[in-house]
Design a protein around this ligand. Structure first.
Ligand code: SAM
Length: 221
């Protein structure tokens, strides 16, 4: 049986800290969450390689470095309420939950949502609430959120998510055509003023929904 605790520490040291992740809270959270519990069955031995891995419904659990980089960019503080769109395996939501006070994570595939919720229950991560639905609409009744992280690439920044961001909050989202995505950091500076920063090229599965792509690859919004 592999020593997953040792492998996790090594991954954090080599793939995250040495590559520039500085936020101690992010590093501690990545050291705490057992990624081997979130990867597909039979893939546990690859859990601490710095790569995306397949999960059910032809989706992926994101590469650890990009999970850490997105969470660091979102500048999440203890006490924050965070929305994640694209819960997938639930791994990133679990990491965010080690830093924030409350996480609402939305996944469009019911089976993935059910599996992610079961993982949260078995790990006792009771501040992470996994929902099934179209995350491009966010969760207006629970807004505003101090941070919003989107783990799938849309054609543009969904207006609903922009509106649901608290003043002073940050929205991290991959934007662009498949194969030409950029990670954007949208910061709400005041009620009507947003600033957008390009954090570099990324590759994510498509954000499919009312304010994302249609299933046929055309733009819904
Ligand atoms: N954060 C995930 C993790 O830690 O495992 C990685 C998720 S994967 C890269 C992106 C996920 O976004 C997929 O599970 C996909 O089904 C989901 N997704 C795509 N469009 C969505 C939408 N409109 N609402 C909610 N989830 C969506």
């Amino acid at each position: 049986m592999a020593d997953f605790d040792a492998l996790r520490d090594r991954m954090v040291d080599i793939h995250l800290a040495r590559r520039g992740i500085r936020d101690e809270r992010v590093l501690a959270a990545m050291r705490a969450v057992p990624r081997e519990r979130f990867v597909g069955e039979g893939l546990e031995e690859f859990a601490y390689e710095d790569s995306a891995l397949p999960i059910e419904d032809e989706q992926t659990i994101s590469q650890p470095y990009i999970v850490a980089a997105m969470i660091e960019a979102a500048e999440i503080a203890p006490g924050d309420r965070v929305l994640e769109v694209g819960a997938g395996s639930g791994y990133a939501a679990a990491v965010i939950g080690r830093i924030a006070c409350e996480v609402i994570a939305i996944e469009r595939h019911a089976r993935l949502g059910k599996l992610a919720a079961a993982r949260m229950a078995s790990l006792g991560y009771d501040n992470v609430d996994i929902r099934v639905g179209d995350g491009t609409r966010g969760s207006p009744e629970e807004a505003p959120f101090d941070a919003i992280l989107v783990a799938a690439g849309g054609p543009s920044v969904p207006e609903s998510l922009r509106e649901q961001l608290a003043v002073g909050g940050h929205l991290i989202i991959p934007v662009g055509d498949p194969g030409d995505q950029k990670l954007c950091k949208v910061s709400r500076v005041s009620e009507d003023c947003f600033e957008t920063e390009n954090l570099g090229a990324v590759m994510f599965v498509p954000l499919i929904g009312a304010q994302g792509w249609r299933e046929d690859g055309s733009r819904a919004a």
